[in-house]
Design a binder for this molecule. Sequence first.
Ligand code: F6R
Length: 582
Amino acid sequence: MCGIYCYVGKKKAIPILIDGLTSLEYRGYDSAGIAYVTDKINIIKEKGKLTNLIKLVDKNTDTYLGIGHTRWATHGSPNKVNAHPHKQGSITLVHNGIIENYQELKKLLTNYSLKSETDTEVLACLIDKLYQENHNIIKVLSKLNELIKGSYALGIILDDDLNSIYAIKKNSPLIIAKSDIGNFLASDIPAILKYTNQYILLNDNEIVHLTKDKITIYDKRLNVLNKDVYTYDGTIEDVSKQNYEHYMLKEIYEQPEVIKNTLLPFLNGDQKLPNIKKYKQIHIVACGSAYHAGLIGKYLIEKYCHIETKVEIASEYRYQDNFIDKKTLVIFISQSGETADTLACLKKVKDICDTIGIINVFNSSIAREVKEVIYTKAGCEIAVATTKAYSCQVAILSLIAYYNSKTENILNNFNKLIQDLNNLLKNDYSKIADLIKMDEKVFYIGRGIDYTLALEGSLKLKEISYINSVAYPAGELKHGTISLIENDTKVIAIVTDKNLKDKTISNIKETKARGAKVIYITTTFLDEESDFYDEKIVIPDNQLFQPLLTIIPIQLIAYHTAKLRGCDIDKPKNLAKSVTVE
Ligand code: F6R
């Protein structure tokens, strides 16, 4: 949610800021803006995608310091006035996060006249007021935590110090990067890879002072810190689209490789999976697709390890009684490792019980706070809709269940999986996309694990193609929702579990009897000719890793449908990757 990119160094700043914001655009694309220094501070901002801002900037401007922002609107509509940077008094800043008490703060800042509807501008007023009082920005920033409720990563420049950028973060991501051409601040690591792979992680409430050749970091007591510099193990190639039309397609096709990278260290015995048998109950906490991956984890852990497992949406779990004790294990699943609700749940429980994170982004906030982290090796995921990270989460959860139950034949199933994935990815599902592309509603149904895949299929379809798709447990339709089935309503039915096959087929027939057009997804083992479907997709069987195969046509149907509908596949409207606000 919102991307921040700041640079000070010896190269012209505007092209660098634009490059950085381009790689952060997945975090928000309602509006974008930059502030840069010449003999004064200049601000350019514009509504809409970054391309609109690019038309307004002169990349040759003689400027070597600037701060930039790409916005996902929280307070105030996505227009030019609400776009960042915001300037009040001597302070110009960009912000990622939410200031929860901005209305109260506003009442204390009546001397300022606000131009926007944002919480961020109120923060600029507050910082300016404090700065006018004591003229020491480091001290001012060290007090913010006492005055502000909420989350923030801030990049700040001052009218009376045109050679410096200041920054602070709390509950929102921000890293520092250093290179031969200068120093950077960014919301994530891939954004700096064009210039450097050397980065420094920031903890909450640490304060940063950047100049072109110096990085100084203070703790909240204003002690100077000597922080580790990490080297990122990746290149700019990892984040390029290569020859694919969209990042989402590239990421779908990367799945055999990244699943292999994720599982092999465990299969080879180079890394160990956690012993979950010692816990009485397991909670899995996550949001969105990661929650759907968690649902598969629940099925497998309960089936193979016989441990009662609950899967909870983080934004709900956060405000519930959790009924946990030392015998509970809480597993947090997150691609970004920064999702605000998931992180808040972790902070809530981590002193009560053991925690494990299944995380994709190395050293992200959740990865750093959990007791034990298992990294998925999906690599950088740029498309807003997750595909390969979801699959890696499912792969790890499956392996945890199988290792803890001493299941046999894991390696055989794994080898077959990788082969079958590669074959499956050669198939073309655009015929199904063509069938549903004009529809206003589409149903996904299934039972058991197939229902969790229906949930994920329905989410993928609606988030990128904007077709109103709902997922239902097949047996539940007749308790209400079947009233929406009419002539030509498309029902995508998933049947991969032989124990539930006949039951689900009965439910499919109930929809067919009411005029539904059925797209039937099943496995080679369960496949049979019949008249209860209109289209059929047959996928290979896999005793242990079936969901990882089933999800392929589901992802590709969503992709091709969105493409046929002319949607912006990698950046669906209203969304952003890495949801760092509540
Ligand atoms: C959907 C999607 C989201 C994320 C969710 C959690 O395609 O990508 O639903 O799965 O926002 O994000 P992470 O995994 O970063 O915590």
